[in-house]
Design a protein around this ligand. Structure first.
Ligand code: E4P
Length: 219
């Protein structure tokens, strides 16, 4: 399973990238706003900065337009910024039409805000590169988000769709493990959830004991 980081914060992106296990970045308008990135030119430059940090990774950049024509115009501009850009398009009627068009002209897409298998089916039929089921937001309304990931993975395997399942809205480390078990191709996570994978008390205790024993004989 590949790892994307879900943030627009450049320091966190650098920290995750320095670990050597980062495969890409997802952003959205809320994450950009959280970092105070505003204005078309600044937003575009921010995407380029992210691409330059995570060399070779897939970087999702979301369209703001909600109509088909606007999505096509914005998506083409975003894709032209850098070859690593994947155009993120919401799972709406116009969004699915836009994904189909982007697929036909060779622009990679991430179908976002997906909350059902039916939406994931339409994203795959339109040729989306990625589909993003939002598991945390489903959990928030007492619906099993990881189960949705499992269902989409099963349907895509059964029908042999090429769309990759990108588990999104991950809130904690256990979500990552559960998405891996469910067969997700990618998990996009906050840095804290990625670093949480490292934590184990027996690792800390074992390392302390190794160092203590080393010092006993080496001074
Ligand atoms: C995915 O691409 C989204 O940016 C993200 O995962 C949304 O997560 P949230 O529900 O924590 O806002």
């Amino acid at each position: 399973m590949r790892f994307f980081i879900d943030t627009a914060n450049l320091d966190q992106i650098r920290e995750a990238n320095d670990l050597g296990v980062l495969d890409g970045v997802t952003t959205n308008p809320s994450l950009m706003a959280k970092e105070g990135i505003k204005g078309e030119a600044n937003i575009k430059q921010h995407y380029i900065d992210i691409c330059n940090i995570v060399k070779g990774g897939d970087i999702s950049a979301e369209v703001i337009a909600t109509d088909y024509e606007g999505m096509i115009r914005e998506g083409k501009e975003l894709a032209a910024l850098h070859k690593q850009i994947v155009v993120k398009v919401p799972c709406t009627k116009d969004g699915i039409k836009a994904i189909k068009h982007f697929t036909e002209i060779g622009i990679r897409t991430n179908c976002t805000l997906v909350f059902s298998v039916g939406q994931a089916l339409l994203a795959a039929k339109a040729g989306a590169t990625y589909v993003s089921p939002f598991i945390g937001r489903l959990d928030d309304i007492s619906t099993d988000g990881v189960e949705l990931v499992r269902q989409i993975v099963d349907v895509y395997r059964y029908y042999d769709y090429g769309t990759q399942v990108l588990a999104a809205s991950i809130r904690h480390t256990m979500h990552i493990i559960q998405c891996m078990e469910a067969g997700a191709d990618v998990a996009t996570c906050p840095l804290s959830a990625i670093l949480g994978l490292l934590k184990h008390p027996l690792t800390d205790i074992g390392l302390a004991k190794f160092l203590e024993d080393y010092k006993k004989v080496n001074g």
